[in-house]
Ligand binder design. Structure first.
Ligand code: PBG
Length: 331
């Protein structure tokens, strides 16, 4: 024992970790509320604010209740929202998605003037509005890609006219970004930003969202149009296609199980990149936190930091309000 010489390493990584001020100085990845986008569910009706099953802390609001919720978000430091609509009735062709007086255009108009500092994004898809729950119109049991494109385009134009800054097609129809860009430009809406849900995977982690939006498919699943989780090269081709079609922002979704795709998309493409930290990713962390199994704040910030580190410019997350508060108070 006594004749073992004491080894004194020259390189000591611990020097840069010793105190909080030193750690902060050498932090490679920082979070800021500007990069968070809060998903918001607007529901038909009056006086409604109801918590979503499986998503503690997330509620659906009727249009009259949105302003007070938005006050809260803005107060917390959130600067952007992504709107989803929950209509009162559904039909085969998802008419509610592109009706000029549909739930989303009404939600947008009601908040647009009172919150000029907020970036308003609107999800563009048919699944919340179709009686069968698929993301486009059916021909037999298949979702008809080309029949769906004009409907998505009409929805995008309605949302943009109502005042959305960003429209975000999430239906995974081929050519959706191109079709929407063209329709917007023809309508004189050339300033509206298009964010493509470019690499959207057929994921089990969308489960709680489908409760929130009432958008689970009534038969089959979405694997005929959403991507298989194991396909990384294909995911990057999808991102590349959206860039070519004129997407201003591209997205990888979900985020956590797809950090490698985020990181590679960041490396290959110069356009802004969003990552969607989806409902199931939120729910599993919330559930563990509520059971006392995980520390909510540090686990959530670790997850968001990892998504950022992988290369996301924007993070769409149900933690937006809480995280904006945590980040502002300086961890
Ligand atoms: C609509 C859409 C979905 C999500 C965003 N847009 C659901 C789906 O594809 O089934 C999921 C978001 C989440 O899980 O948080 N197509």
């Amino acid at each position: 024992m006594t004749d073992v010489a004491k080894f004194r390493p020259e390189r000591r990584g611990r020097r840069l970790r010793r105190t909080e001020p030193i750690r902060r100085m050498f932090s490679e990845t920082r979070l800021h509320p500007d990069m968070f986008v809060a998903p918001v569910f607007a529901v038909e009706g009056n006086g409604r604010s109801e918590e979503v099953d499986g998503m503690p802390g997330v509620s659906r609001y009727s249009v009259d209740r949105l302003p007070s919720y938005f006050e809260r978000l803005v107060g917390a430091g959130v600067r952007s929202v992504l709107l989803f609509g929950v209509p009162g009735s559904k039909d085969e062709r998802g008419t509610g998605a592109y009706a000029p007086d549909g739930i989303v255009p009404r939600a947008i108009s009601s908040i647009r003037r009172s919150f000029p500092e907020l970036v308003v994004m609107a999800d563009v898809c048919l699944c919340e509005y179709t009686s069968h729950g698929h993301c486009g119109v059916l021909s037999g049991e298949q979702v008809d890609n080309d029949e769906t494109l004009p409907l998505l385009s009409r929805a995008a134009v309605e949302y943009a006219r109502a005042g959305a800054d960003v429209v975000a097609p999430s239906a995974m129809m081929d050519g959706q970004v191109h079709a929407i860009r063209r329709a917007l430009d023809e309508a004189g809406l050339d300033d509206t930003v298009v964010m493509g849900y470019s690499a959207k995977h057929a994921s089990a982690f969308y489960g709680p969202f489908r409760n929130a939006a009432g958008s689970a498919p009534s038969f089959g699943d979405r694997r005929g149009y959403q991507m298989q989780p194991g396909n990384r090269r294909e995911a990057l081709r999808e991102v590349e296609e959206d860039v070519k079609e004129g997407a201003d922002i591209v997205m990888v979704k979900p985020a956590l199980a797809y950090l490698d795709v985020i990181s590679e998309a960041r490396r290959r493409f110069g356009v802004p990149l969003a990552a969607y930290n989806v409902s199931g990713e939120y729910s599993m962390l919330k559930a563990a936190a509520l059971n006392g199994w995980l520390d909510e704040k540090s686990a959530a910030l670790e997850v968001l930091t990892a998504i950022r580190r992988a290369g996301a410019d924007l993070i769409i997350t149900y933690f937006a309000e809480q995280a904006a508060g945590w980040v502002k108070e300086g961890r």
